[in-house]
Every structure is written in C-alpha cells, then in structure tokens.
Write a protein of this length. Structure first.
Lengths: 540, 254
C-alpha cells in the first residue's frame, strides 16, 4: 500500500486505454454479427409477410412485443432460455432487438411500391421472384437501409449490456467503472460506444443517400467504410500488440478490473484454462484477482469473466462455463435453495455445502473467513439523534425515513422476512446501483441503506450498522465454489485451499476501501496482491 | 387473333363484371373496347394475357385457349401499355425498354441495339435519353417509353389500357397518330381500352362497346356512327357533334 503508484491523470487514461483494443474488438464482433443476422433473418421474413396482411400483423406484433422488454431483462432472460452464458444469449437478444426496425421498414418499403409499377411488372411477364429482386427490393432498398441504420445504432448501444451476462463489450468499462467508482473507465466506455455508433450511422447515412441518388461511388465508399471500421475494430487487439510489442507486457500488469480476460503467464504444462468468475462489485473483482493470482502462481492459465449478474454466475458455474468464483452462503440459502428462516452460520454452511454437492456436483471448498452480509446502515449522527441502535428501534421511526437499496435485496425472501419481523415500513424506498447508494446516504437523499458488512465505506463514511436482534438476515459467509471439473483437479484445489479462512473481515473491508476510495485509489489487482501477503504459500 | 366466347367474370359473390361477352378481333386489326368507367373494359383486357382468369367461357389468342398456356411466356409474348405508364422508376429509360428482351433471354448486344432502335423510333434520341430516369420526363415522353418498352420484345399482339388517357390533348393526338402508323408498319394486332368515343372512331378498325357486362355493339367506326347503340355512346356522340357544330359556327363568325 505504501508503494502505490502515482495516480497521474495520464496514468489513469493510459491504463484504461490499454484495454480498449480487446473490448472494442469484442464489442464490434458481437454487434456486427447481431446486425448481420438480423438483416439475414428480418428481410426475408418481412418479404414473406409483406403482402399477407394477417401474417404481417402477427409478425410485426411479435417483434414489437420483444421491443417492449427492457434490454437488460431480455439479455438476462436469454441465459436460462438457452442454458448458456456469454456469447450466445447476448447475440440472440441483440438479434431479437434489432429485428423490429428491419422488419418494419422492409414491410413498409415493399408495401410502398407503386401499384402501377407492380402491375407493369406482372403484365410484362416477370415471375414473382423476378418482380421481387428486380423491382420490389430495389425500390424498397432506401427504406430498408434506413431500418438497418436504426438497428445498427441500437445494437451498438445495447451490446454494452452484454457484460452482465458474461459477453465482454465496451459495457465492461461502464459496469466495472460504475462499481469501482472509476469515472475514467465509464467515460472511455461511453465515448467509445457512442463514437462507434456515430461513425457507423454516418456511413450508413451515406449509403442511404447514395442509393436514393443512385450514385454507385457513394454506395461502394460507404460499404467499404463500414467494412473498414468493423474489420479494423475486430482486429484492433492484433494491431495493438504488433504496434507496441514491448510496452504491452507492462501495460497488462496494470490491469483494469473490468476487462474481458486476463491471461496470466502461461507457464503451465496443463492446457486447460481455468475460468474465474466475478459478480458486479468491487469485492468480487478483488477476489477474482486473488484466485487468478493464486492459480497463476501454481502454473495454471486463467481467464476471467467479470461483471456477471448474480444468478448468471451461479448458472455459469453449474454448466461448467466458469470453474470458480466466490459466492455467499446466504445467497445460496435463500436464492438458490429457496429456504425460509435463517439458521446459524455453521449450520447454513453445512447445509449449503451438502446441497451444492448433491444437487449440482459443485464443491464448496470452504469459507474465506469473512461475511458480506446484508445489513441496514445509517449515518452515525443521524442514528444517534434518533436514538436508533437496532432494527426494532428503527421500525418505530421508519415511517419518516427514506430507504435506499440495491436492485437485488427487495426481490429476496429475507427482505419480506425482515419487514415482517420488525414491522418495517419506510416512507419511501429508492433503488440504486450499489456505488450510488452510499453517495445517496452521505448526501442525505436517503436516511437508511442496505449496506454490505464487508464494505470499506462503512468505516470511511462513518456509518453505523444496525443490530439485527431477531436474526432476520441469514449469514453471508464468503465461500469458494468450484465447478465439478475444477473440484477434481488437485492442482486447482491445492492452489486455492490456503485461501480458506485467510481473509478476516477487517482486511476485506480495507481491501475494498483502497479500491473504492476517491483519493489515492488502487486497482483490484493491487488490493488482491496486498490481501495475498497474509496467505500462507501452501504448497501441498 | 383474339377471341372471346361467352366470357363471364365475377369476383366472389358480387355481381358479374362481365356476364356474357363474345367478340373476335382478326389479325392485323386495331380494336377499341369502348365503355364507361366500371363497364369491365380493363377486366376484359387482363383476361387476354391471364392477369385475370375468366369465371366462365373461353378466351383464346391465335386459336389457343389462354388457360392452356403458361401465363409467364404468354405475357412476355404480348405487349402491354398502361394508362399510368408503370415505368420502373429505379431504371434508366434504356433499362426500362430492355426489360422485355431481357426476360426473353436475348443476347446483350441485341438488347442494346433494339433499345436504341426503339427509343429512336418513338422520337427519343438515345444519345440524349438512354441514360435518363423516368422522373425527368414529361407525361407524353413517359408514355413513348411505355410504348417502346411494350414493343421491345417484338410482340405480335398489343394490349393497351387507356394508353393516351393521362395525356394532354395535343400530346394525345400526336401519339395516337404515331401509334396507328407503328401498328400498320409492324403488322400488329392491337386491343385498346378507351372511354373516348372520338379516339375509338378515329383510331380503330373495329369498335366493341361494352355495356352492363355485355357487348352492346360490334362493328366498324362507320357503322357505329350510322347506328349508335342506345345509351352512353349515343349521348357521347351527340356531345361530340354539338361541340363540332359550335366550333364551325364560331369559325364562320370570325
């Protein structure tokens, strides 16, 4: 901690930009494939239904309904539907989303062809196919291209939402940056996605105009431009590594928490890559780095999948798409096992461990030594002014207090139990992204928040955690989960076993704090390195 | 040769558009199908190249029932001229004229030569007009292209649906004369739909008056003038005569 590198402005930006080629490439790859597939599916489908009113209404209805599903929800829905995570659910959600403008414009374009022209085509003896290719599609083309333009801009924007389902994209900057309060990363992600969308839109606008004026040079210029942008961004990592072969090795050691996959030194003879997962908050980034550093030191190659939604990470572990990540016993207990009343810490540990092994073949390697439990927290002076120390006392003031929480707690069974146990009813409840929740409490926008007991900001912001005398919240011990495949590898188990019991809550809080604080912030990699100083180098 | 025998045409359960139509147009003649709007003229025309199929009776072209012919080659062998021109707006004039020959699978060099020949024949010098688009032309010029396009694949038979109806009087007269000349020079058989009595009288060899879904008159223009069928045609002729009389009277006064 004492030898933390200077956080110069140039340093921050160059660190963020070092990740750009990889993420831009992944982003362009999925956006381009999704847009191309949407055209390949949407245009023929629209052609088939364009002159059949009943089918047309049905198809437009279906693609219209898909559009009303919020983007993130559609992506998240694809994960259980396809039973996979990462590329395929992201791709299928993006394709579904892009279909509407393409289908609608194709149908409109074909329907807008002058009846006299169609009569002429039939009267001259064109077959239906010749009429379609020679007359209807060419005349509808400018309208179709306008639809493709809309679809491309949407797709580039929405591809950022691929990150929470495990598809790397420019959204990794945005989601990771928001979680770790890294404004530079958020800005880089937004600017890169916006720039990409603007450039592609401008090129397609040129295509649109050139088709309208039948200027062949413009058509080729714009198509060439689109190909150059997509191809260039696709191959960006290759260019970046050849252009700067020397500095890259040092740049990758200053790693961004939210990038796609860190390939640790591949000294291992073992060819299988160990996939390390992380959910969407600082602690998870740090612990994923802890795991990766341990495995790397043991000669394993690792690849990281970060910013995964909560259930996405578990599903990915079950399906073997990832091999290891850190979960919390309370989450397993209430969300996956759907159990009711909580039990003591060790009983919960025992029953979750048994359930995971029997039901899913997942191995719970052991607790890391700290809890990251839900708790309710207030600013110290506010709590003292009201004389509130625990949740019972809070309940009598709750009707005058505003409550801030993350998206997840309100959907969890323990929230129902908590409100019923204590009769909690707040005047107002607001949901925030976790990193904004603390700011909202500090600024007085809300009076009470749902905090996490290992969060460094509890100490740094001077918050008090309210006691839970009825034990309505279940225990949330952080535990290492291994996929069935990883559980069988002695090398993996051997590298990770020393982590069990090695991280007390004070150290985890401190590690979270040095990544989350606004001054002199460090990377999750540096925090992980610091945490590992206390871990015995357990060679089996 | 085009022959209709007791042709009936009705759409679903509605009243018959054509109830019992019989007539015959011999080779080399120009026939006018004359009638008011809604009399079924266009319907009758579309039966000839199978854009529509009769509900009853028989339509034959050169003694062959059209229902026995494949509609695609049938349509390609018959020229069709549309009232609203129906030029393809995304194609140049040359490309528009070339559509028929291309559909018939001509060689590229033949198509180019034929396209230039027809544009020239219809008074549109190819050097100036070949690369233009339909929207750059006046209505009269567009219909000249429409005629060139219909004639391009060397059809023996022409169907024309009010071909001069959308043009101003002067242009219409010019184009009528040009077409009559082409018809004779090329030895075509033409069936033309019109609601203009004067056009039918001045242009056609034979006039068929359609009224209430039946042929109310079948004969030469001279016979039509001598004994017009009662109804719309008689009234139209009276109007035309009265206008002519007034014009002559006006001319004498000046």
């Amino acid at each position: 901690m004492d030898r933390s590198p200077q956080q110069t402005t140039a340093g921050i930006w160059s660190r963020e930009l070092a990740e750009l080629p990889t993420l831009l490439s992944a982003h362009v790859r999925i956006s381009a494939l999704a847009a191309a597939l949407a055209v390949l599916i949407g245009v023929p489908a629209a052609v088939l239904v364009a002159r059949r009113p009943r089918w047309r209404a049905a198809v437009l209805g279906v693609v219209g309904v898909v559009q009303t599903i919020p983007g993130l929800a559609l992506l998240a829905l694809m994960v259980p539907l396809l039973g996979a995570f990462g590329f395929w659910p992201a791709l299928s959600a993006l394709v579904l989303y892009a279909l509407l403008p393409i289908v609608r414009n194709t149908v409109t374009g074909i329907g807008g062809v002058d009846a006299a022209v169609l009569e002429a085509a039939d009267g001259m003896g064109m077959t239906p196919g010749q009429r379609l290719l020679g007359v209807e599609l060419p005349l509808a083309l400018p309208v179709i291209v306008a639809g493709v333009r809309t679809a491309v801009v949407w797709t580039v924007g929405m591809a950022t939402l691929g990150t929470p389902v495990g598809q790397p994209s420019l959204g990794s900057y945005i989601f990771g940056g928001l979680q770790t309060r890294n404004t530079a990363a958020v800005l880089v992600g937004c600017a890169a996605a916006a720039l990409l969308a603007i450039v592609l839109d401008a090129l397609l606008a040129l295509l649109d105009a050139s088709l309208g004026r039948r200027r062949r040079s413009g058509v080729w210029l714009s198509l060439g431009g689109v190909l150059a942008v997509v191809g260039g961004a696709w191959l960006a990592p290759f260019f970046a590594s050849t252009a700067a072969a020397r500095p890259v090795t040092t740049a990758t050691s200053a790693i961004n928490p939210a990038r796609e996959a860190a390939r640790e030194p591949a000294a291992a003879a073992e060819s299988a890559v160990v996939h390390v997962g992380a959910k969407t908050f600082t602690e998870q980034y740090i612990l994923a780095s802890v795991i990766a550093q341990r495995l790397g030191a043991a000669g394993q190659r690792t690849e990281r999948h970060e910013s995964l939604g909560s259930t996405v990470a578990f599903d990915a572990l079950r399906s073997g798409d990832i091999d290891v990540y850190v979960e919390y016993t309370g989450t397993i207990w209430s969300s996956y096992m759907q159990r009711g009343a909580p039990e003591s810490s060790w009983r919960t540990l025992a029953s979750t461990s048994a359930w995971l092994a029997e039901r899913h073949g997942i191995r719970l390697l052991g607790p890391l030594g700290f809890e990251n439990a839900y708790c309710l927290a207030m600013r110290r002076e506010r709590a003292e002014a009201l004389g509130v120390r625990d949740l019972r006392a809070l309940a009598s003031h709750a009707s005058e207090l505003a409550f801030g929480t993350d998206y997840e707690l309100l959907k969890r069974p323990e929230w129902t139990r908590l409100t019923e146990t204590y009769g909690l009813s707040f005047s107002r409840t607001v949901t925030y992204d976790p990193s904004f929740m603390y700011s909202a409490l500090a600024s007085g926008d809300v009076d009470v928040i749902s905090a996490f007991s290992s969060d460094g900001r509890i100490d740094s912001l001077g918050l008090v955690v309210l006691d839970d005398p009825a034990q309505a919240f279940p225990p949330y011990d952080a535990v290492l989960l291994l996929s069935p495949r990883a559980a069988e590898s002695d090398a993996i188990v051997g590298a990770l076993a020393p982590l069990v019991g090695s991280i007390p809550v004070e150290r985890m809080r401190r590690a979270n704090e040095i990544v989350d604080r606004s001054e002199g912030r460090q990377t999750p990699e540096q925090a992980a390195h610091w945490l590992l100083e206390n871990v015995p180098n357990g060679e089996p | 040769m085009i022959r209709f025998e007791h042709v009936e045409q009705r759409y679903a359960a509605s009243r018959a558009v054509l109830s019992d139509v019989s007539f015959e147009l011999s080779r080399g003649q120009l026939g006018a199908l004359l009638g008011a709007s809604g009399s079924g003229k266009t319907t009758a025309l579309k039966l000839v190249n199978r854009l529509l199929e009769p509900s009853g009776g028989r339509v034959s072209v050169d003694d062959r029932d059209v229902l026995a012919s494949d509609p695609i080659p049938l349509r390609r062998s018959i020229g069709y001229v549309f009232q609203r021109f129906g030029l393809f707006p995304h194609m140049t004039l040359a490309e528009n004229v070339a559509v028929g020959p291309r559909l018939c699978g001509w060689r590229a060099s033949d198509i180019t030569a034929r396209t230039r020949e027809l544009l020239a024949l219809l008074g549109l010098p190819p050097e100036t007009y070949a690369a233009r688009y339909p929207r750059e032309l006046s209505g009269g010029q567009q219909q000249r292209v429409g005629l060139a396009r219909a004639l391009a694949a060397r059809p023996r038979i022409m169907l024309m649906d009010e071909p001069f109806g959308a043009l101003d009087v002067v242009t219409r007269a010019e184009l009528q004369v040009s077409y009559r000349r082409l018809h004779d020079e090329l030895g075509l058989t033409t069936l033309m739909v019109t609601h203009d009595v004067v056009e039918a009288l001045l242009l056609a060899d034979r006039v068929f008056v359609l009224h209430d879904g039946q042929i109310a008159f079948d004969g030469s223009p001279r016979e039509l003038l001598a004994a017009p069928p009662p109804g719309a045609v008689t009234r139209l002729l009276e109007v035309a005569r009265r206008q002519l009389g007034s014009l002559e009277a006006l001319a004498r006064e000046t």
